[in-house]
Design a protein around this ligand. Sequence first.
Ligand code: NAP
Length: 293
Amino acid sequence: MRVAFLGLGIMGQAMATNLVKAGHEVTVWNRTPGKIVEGAGVAPTPAAAAQGAEVVWLCLSDTNAVEDVVFGKDGAEGSLAEGMIIADSSTIAPAATVKFAERVRAKGAAWVDAPMTGSKIGARDGTLVFIVGGDDASVERLKPLFAAMGKKIFRMGETGKGEATKLVMNLQIAMIFEGFAEALTLATKLGVDTQQLLGLIDATMVRSGVVDYKAPFILQRDFTPNFPLRLMHKDIRLALEAAKEARVKLPGLETVEEIYEMATEDGNRDLDYAATLTLLEKWAGVQVKGKAA
Ligand code: NAP
């Protein structure tokens, strides 16, 4: 398929590379020039990248970035044509997604929200899980592209439901990780052996994918960003915003949001969200130790 891929950050670069490897005709664009994907064309603007494409795939930071790239100056909107699909893998506000979809529908194009989970490693290995909202026919047409970048798709309903679901997924990741980080901090302060604790977690119902993924990085004190703290913070805020609009109270997430605020002030914004642990360690005057596998 002819694909315009807009946004070559941590995730986008690897996703576009996998589209090229699968034989699709890809043209990329990134706000900061100089980023390339081997085997893909490079366009000077989103509109130029989208010209003649069947699908415009977005992988951008946030709601404002998506609005700028699609509807701003030289935005992809200028090249939209009947039958084109915008697939958006950025995690953004569900309500904005619904509005964006209405705007492109006026030009005969469809909007499929396709945020994903699987982080940097899933993007590199083509094992992402896509959480999708959109009409059946468009989702069906995107299947070869999903297959090139991921291992599974979950269609959650109409446009907007993918983003809504992604927010409730990240709400859980943030809170599960917070529980794990607080447990490690208290355990260390109480003199509990981290290695033994991890073995115990693994053997019981406390085990989780979040713990499996993050524990090796923590033990190596590797906080380089797989999923940057600034982006998890954005997702927590998006979830709180959606909850407010829906008149749902989320007191646990509100507290976790405060921790992200403090971790940001503490200089951790561009590190992985696992760096929230360092704030707890600082308060407790300990550092979690253990042997990386
Ligand atoms: P990232 O590395 O920060 O990349 C963000 C991309 O958005 C870059 O290409 C950046 O361009 C572009 N961008 C930001 N603001 C822009 C603007 N106003 N106009 C045009 N382009 C703009 O982020 P990422 O980790 O790839 O994540 C991308 C999206 O996927 C986010 O919504 C994130 O929440 C979501 N996500 C990430 C992960 C993960 O583990 N990293 C996992 C699942 C979902 P520049 O290069 O010019 O800055």
